[in-house]
Design a protein around this ligand. Structure first.
Ligand SMILES: Nc1ncnc2c1ncn2[C@@H]1O[C@H](COP(=O)(O)OP(=O)(O)OP(=O)(O)O)[C@@H](O)[C@H]1O
Length: 228
C-alpha cells in the first residue's frame, strides 16, 4: 500500500479540517478527492508530502511510501518527496528558463550528475507528455495546457510512485482539462498512483477511479456513488 491513513486528524492553524480520516491508496490507482471550497482537499493532499501536519497523538496510522508520517524527521522529508511527483494548479514552472532548463534544474537538485543521462531522461518525459518539440520554449511561450504538460513531465522525472495533483485542471478550459486528466489516467496505468483533487465531477464518468469526498470535516469513500 502506498498510502495508509487510519483515524488520522488533519489540522490547519484554525483547528481540525478533517477528522478520523481513513484513506488508502495502492499502486495503479486513480483517486479523486472532491468536495466544496474549503472542505479540506488541499489539506489532505498536503499531508501526503508533509506540508500539513496530523495530530500525532491521536492518529492510529499515517504511512506514505513506507514512512511513518507520525514520527518522520524533518531531515527525511526531502527523500520522501523525491519519490513523489507534485503538480499544482498554477503549474509553478520557473519563468526565467526554458523547458529543458526547468527539467534539468530538478534533476540537478535531486542528485543527477551525468549530462548524457539527464538529456536522455528529459527526452523520455517530454515524449511521455507529447512535448518533445517544445524544449527550447520559455514557459510564457506555452499555452496553459502545454505548461501543465511540462509540469507533469517534471513530476515524472524521478519515476515517482505517486503523483499528487491539486486541482491541476483548475486553470484550463474543459477540453484541455480533459486531455490533461487523460494523460494522468494513462500514467496511472503504468503503475504510478495518481491522487487528484478536482471540482469537475464530469471527469469521473469519463475516467473512472476511486472517489473520496471531503464533507463536514470527514473524508468519505463515495466511489460506489460515482462508478455505476
Ligand atoms: N495555511 C493555512 N493556514 C490556516 N488555515 C488554512 C490554511 N490553508 C487552509 N486553511 C483552512 O483549512 C480549511 C481547508 O482548506 P483547504 O485548502 O484544504 O480546502 P480545499 O477543499 O482544498 O478548498 P479549495 O477547493 O478552495 O481548494 C479551510 O477552512 C481553510 O481556510
Amino acid at each position: 500500500m502506498l498510502i495508509d491513513y487510519q483515524k488520522a486528524n488533519i489540522y490547519q492553524a484554525d483547528g481540525t479540517v478533517l477528522n478520523d480520516v481513513d484513506f488508502q491508496v495502492d499502486a495503479d490507482q486513480f483517486v479523486y478527492v472532491i468536495g466544496k471550497v474549503g472542505s479540506g482537499k488541499s489539506s489532505l493532499l498536503k499531508t501526503i508530502y508533509c506540508e500539513v501536519d496530523f495530530d500525532k497523538d491521536d492518529a492510529e496510522k499515517a504511512e506514505v511510501l513506507g514512512r511513518d508520517l507520525l514520527s518522520i524527521k524533518r531531515r527525511d522529508i526531502p527523500a520522501l518527496r523525491r519519490e513523489m511527483g507534485i503538480i499544482f494548479q498554477d503549474f509553478q514552472l520557473l519563468h526565467d528558463r526554458n523547458v529543458y532548463r526547468n527539467l534539468e534544474f530538478v534533476l540537478h537538485s535531486t542528485g543527477w550528475k551525468s549530462s548524457k543521462e539527464i538529456a536522455a531522461r528529459i527526452e523520455q518525459v517530454l515524449e511521455a507528455v507529447g512535448m518533445q518539440d517544445k524544449k527550447l520554449r520559455l514557459p510564457h511561450e506555452l499555452s496553459g495546457g502545454e505548461q501543465q504538460r511540462i509540469a507533469i513531465a517534471r513530476a515524472l522525472l524521478n519515476s515517482p510512485k505517486i503523483i499528487i495533483a491539486d486541482e491541476p485542471t483548475g486553470n484550463l478550459d474543459p477540453e484541455t482539462a480533459e486531455k490533461i486528466v487523460g494523460l494522468l489516467y494513462e500514467i496511472s496505468h503504468t503503475g504510478t498512483a495518481v491522487v487528484f483533487s478536482t471540482h469537475n465531477h464530469g471527469l469521473i464518468e469519463k475516467f473512472p477511479g476511486r472517489v473520496f469526498k471531503c464533507e463536514d470535516g470527514k473524508l468519505c469513500n463515495v466511489t460506489d456513488k460515482y462508478n455505476k
